[in-house]
Design a protein around this ligand. Structure first.
Ligand SMILES: Nc1ncnc2c1ncn2[C@@H]1O[C@H](COP(=O)(O)OP(=O)(O)OP(=O)(O)O)[C@@H](O)[C@H]1O
Length: 734
């Protein structure tokens, strides 16, 4: 039985009867005098002859897809036609009818048309779909001033042309023979461009399409990731498809493209995640913090892979970090010169820590004095041997601060003075060292740049880089209060040195010393005063006293180390501490002293936890630092002036408040013995190692005064907190 509305198969001729069944959308005619049907849709009926439609002059939308129509001249009689779909037919004539004035959308895809003709009469056209025909040249569209959507996919086009100044928003040229992106410069309104399945190798030619949001280049011949740079400045580009291009096979292709085009939200039909963007940036242009963290990690790992060495002299001690001074600032701002000068003037206190570098020596530089000059291979071998605390690549050369460089200075009893760039500071801040960081900063970029030029050592690019880094230093100083302990303008070296000198004197408490008629406090006297509870600075303000004690502590330490004479008790204490550390290192059970003092941990402020992060040279830190501290505590409690105890003058409050503040009794040896006994034999005590024990009164106050370092006192020995930081908390480490 014949289907409703279906023409007789033989003729393919559309009948009035069928048309009447497919009409829809009753509305007023253009004149407004009568009601007419405006839409006609007859898809897939094998129609060949639709001439009857000449009578339907009021049609606004005509859909005749999937037929076998060759002639559409009936459209000439439809002056009100707006939408025409004649796709999937057998048309060979391009717009073979008189132009309906308001015709906006035309679909001639899947026909047999091979030539485009002048469409200047179709100025209302907004959407033209001509896919799957045989066009080889784009032409005739010049006057289509409303055309925003043009699709010419799957034709035979080999050159992009004829599109100048069209207001196109979407252009589909998929599946043609295009080798080059050309003649698109004037399509400044283009938002979507599909050039997939062509033969394109290069992305040049898209630079001016600033509204482009989607670019499909799937199945082309793009083999170089750097091609993506051509669309780098298209800030609205969100979707890019480069699937099935040779470039896809390159390692890290996706990450690299994401790095170049950081605005993308979709690459190769896959959403670009925030994690990918971060990874891409970290890989190809890592921020300084990331570089520093990696540097730190590298040296931790390489050091852990080596037989463990204990750096005695710089080991984080019970009372204070090893004293260090770091001068930082942009290249050749005078850091090195001032560091040398400082070490010369304060030769009792500081010695210069020479870094290693792979750059060759400048005229007058001596190996071992300014730097240790090594080859790239030697440097890398040192890295792999875990010899560095931090390294930095600057200006194409490697620089590194070795453990040995600091130890050599520390062994002599001096504080170490080094200079380095910001990246080095960031890395060093991850280690357990807690230097004072002094920023030397040029305030006049012009003078600084002239100064670099005068040195005659740097290329223009190097000078520009150095000058541009002033900004980075300034920004860090501005945005991270406390990152640098102090900042000194260095345009005038003389003035800079004066300021630095003054600062260092403050750090050392040398001003106070002068006020005290140059009375130097010997280790013995300091220790005696400390242990007896006398305050050498009684009556002074708390701050003064703290500076005073810093100075004394530091001086005591330096003097003691210089004399190299240690009492038996001190040596025993040091040995015990080292023994505990070694045991911890070798995985033996912690010593009895450590266990004994573990019970006091509830008196230690929680801030200690934050200090237990891993750091270079601290493979044993958590165990060793505690144990060494505890051991030292025991030593001092036993009235033995240990290497640590000798410098532990008590908290400033304790000193200044002698007589009024809490006096810390030396730990009673006999009670310690009893505790030890009970620890050895659990049956003699109701306490197990896991159960908190009651704290002897004379121990807990000492531990309780430790706000920063596990088991340490609150104070720092050297460098003391400079006036600018007396109240401020140190900035969080990156
Ligand atoms: N271990 C290190 N870590 C980080 N930066 C370092 C290190 N050692 C040296 N630097 C810095 O590297 C930069 C380049 O050093 P180099 O000695 O080659 O330059 P310079 O032109 O002599 O400048 P300067 O007078 O500042 O040393 C300097 O800013 C220097 O302070």
């Amino acid at each position: 039985m014949e289907e409703e509305g279906k023409p007789t198969e033989n003729t393919g001729e559309l009948t009035e009867d069928e048309v009447s069944k497919c009409l829809s959308n009753l509305g007023l005619s253009a004149t407004g005098l009568q009601h007419v049907y405006q839409f006609l849709s007859i898809p897939g009926r094998n129609l060949t002859n639709v001439s009857i439609l000449s009578n339907y002059i009021h049609l606004q939308k005509l859909e005749l897809p999937y037929n076998r129509i060759k002639d559409l001249s009936c459209v000439s009689h439809m002056p009100y036609l707006i939408i025409l779909d004649a796709s999937h037919n057998e048309l060979s004539d391009f717009f073979g009818f008189k132009p309906p004035k308001k015709l906006k959308e035309v679909n001639f895809s899947r026909n047999q048309i091979s030539e485009m003709k002048d469409l200047s009469a179709y100025s209302s056209l907004t959407r033209l779909v001509l896919d799957y025909n045989s066009f080889s040249v784009i032409r005739g569209l010049e006057q289509c001033a409303s055309l925003t959507h043009l699709s010419l996919a799957h034709n035979k086009i080999s050159h992009i042309s004829g599109l100048d100044k069209l207001p196109l928003k979407e252009l589909y040229l998929r599946g043609n023979r295009i080798k080059k992106i050309e003649n698109l410069q004037t399509l400044t309104t283009l938002q979507t461009l599909d050039l997939s399945c062509n033969k394109i190798r290069c992305l040049s030619g898209l630079q001016s399409l600033h509204l482009l949001g989607t670019l499909n280049l799937r199945s082309n011949q793009i083999s170089d990731i750097s091609e993506a740079t051509h669309v780098q400045d298209l800030h609205l580009l969100r979707e890019l498809n480069l699937q099935r291009n040779p470039v896809e096979d390159q390692p890290d292709y996706r990450l690299e493209v994401i790095f170049i085009l950081q605005h993308l939200s979709k690459l190769d039909e896959q959403s670009v995640t925030a994690e990918e963007k971060v990874s891409a940036v970290n890989k190809y242009n890592p921020p300084m913090e990331v570089v520093a963290a990696r540097d730190h990690m590298t040296h931790v790992v390489y050091q852990l892979m080596q037989p463990q060495v204990i750096f005695n002299s710089t080991l984080p001690s019970f009372d204070s970090p090893y004293p260090m001074l770091v001068l930082t600032g942009p290249q050749a701002c005078g850091k090195r010169e001032l560091a040398h000068k400082l070490c010369q003037e304060f030769s009792e206190y500081f010695a210069y820590g020479a870094c290693h570098t792979t750059r060759g020596p400048y005229y007058g530089e001596e190996d071992g004095s300014d730097y240790h000059f090594v080859t790239e291979e030697e440097f890398q071998s040192m890295v792999h041997m875990g010899k560095f605390i931090q390294t930095v690549q600057y200006g194409g050369h490697w620089y590194g601060l070795s453990w040995e460089a600091i130890e050599n200075v520390a062994r002599e009893g001096f504080a170490c003075c080094v200079h380095m760039e910001l990246e080095g500071v960031l890395s060093l801040k991850s280690s357990y060292f807690e230097p004072r960081y002094v920023l030397l900063i040029p305030t006049s970029p012009e003078d600084y740049s002239n100064c670099l030029r005068r040195r005659g050592l740097y290329t223009v690019a190097q000078i520009n880089t150095a000058v541009s880094r002033i900004q980075i230093y300034n920004q860090t100083h501005r945005e991270r209060p406390g990152f640098f302990d102090s900042a000194i303008p260095c345009d005038d070296r003389g003035e800079a040195y004066k300021a630095l000198r003054q600062l260092v004197k403050e750090y050392l408490g040398l001003e106070e010393q002068a006020g005290e008629n140059n009375i130097r406090v010997t280790p013995d006297s300091a220790s005696t005063a400390e242990l007896s509870g006398e305050s050498p600075a009684a009556g002074k303000s708390e701050v003064d006293n703290s500076l005073d004690s810093y100075y004394k502590n530091y001086q005591n330490k330096v003097q003691l180390q210089l004399t190299q004479r240690k009492t038996h008790a001190e040596l025993a204490s040091i040995q015990r501490r080292q023994q505990t550390i070694r045991e911890a290192l070798m995985g033996k059970s912690p010593g009895a002293y450590m266990q004994l003092f573990k019970r006091c941990t509830h008196t230690v402020p929680s801030s200690m936890d934050s200090r237990s992060r891993p750091a270079v040279g601290r493979p044993i830190l958590d165990a060793s630092e505690d144990s060494s501290s505890e051991e030292s505590l025991a030593s001092s409690g036993l009235s033995v002036r240990s290497s640590v105890g000798a410098f532990s003058a008590g908290s400033p409050a304790e000193i200044s408040g002698a007589g009024s503040g809490p006096y810390v009794e030396p730990l009673d040896v006999s009670s310690l013995g009893q505790e030890l006994e009970s620890f050895r034999d659990p049956t003699k005590s109701c306490l197990t190692p896991d159960v908190p024990r009651p704290v002897p009164e004379q121990v807990s106050p000492t531990l309780g005064t430790s706000p920063a370092r596990p088991g340490s006192n609150a104070k720092r020995i050297l460098p003391p907190i400079p006036s600018g930081r007396k109240t401020a908390e140190p900035s969080p480490k990156p």
